[in-house]
Design a protein. Structure first.
Length: 120
């Protein structure tokens, strides 16, 4: 029994078959780090779009009311200075996140269509 365990252990370190796939630890580390970066970027994008200073959805209705003339900016706390924007606090970051989200969706759609065209 002891010899079979030892022989199994030593076979792990013998020469590998050249046809067998090889896993480079550097490539594995790059994949793990890249996945974490993508997950972090997606988290930042969605958090900025939907949560930061109330998120964009909470600003759309009041903006449409102001644009249609049913309300004024001061009704929503806007004082005309960059540090007193009331409900519209953080709108620039929300719009940038919306633009980046739309860009990512467009690029993914384009890549998918290109792949679908090439596989026909």
């Amino acid at each position: 029994m002891r010899a079979s365990l030892w022989s199994r252990w030593t076979t792990l370190f013998e020469e590998e078959d050249e046809a067998a796939p090889r896993y480079d630890p550097v490539h594995l580390a790059v994949v793990l780090i890249a996945a974490q970066v993508v997950i972090g970027a997606l988290y930042w994008l969605l958090w900025t779009l939907f949560v930061y200073d109330g998120g964009l959805p909470s600003k759309v209705g009041p903006f449409l009311k102001v644009a249609a003339g049913f309300a004024a900016l001061k009704d929503y706390g806007w004082m005309g200075t960059p540090d007193r924007q009331g409900l519209f606090e953080g709108w620039a970051a929300n719009l940038i996140a919306l633009g980046l989200s739309l860009l990512v969706v467009y690029l993914l759609y384009r890549a998918d269509r290109r792949h679908a065209k090439n596989t026909r």
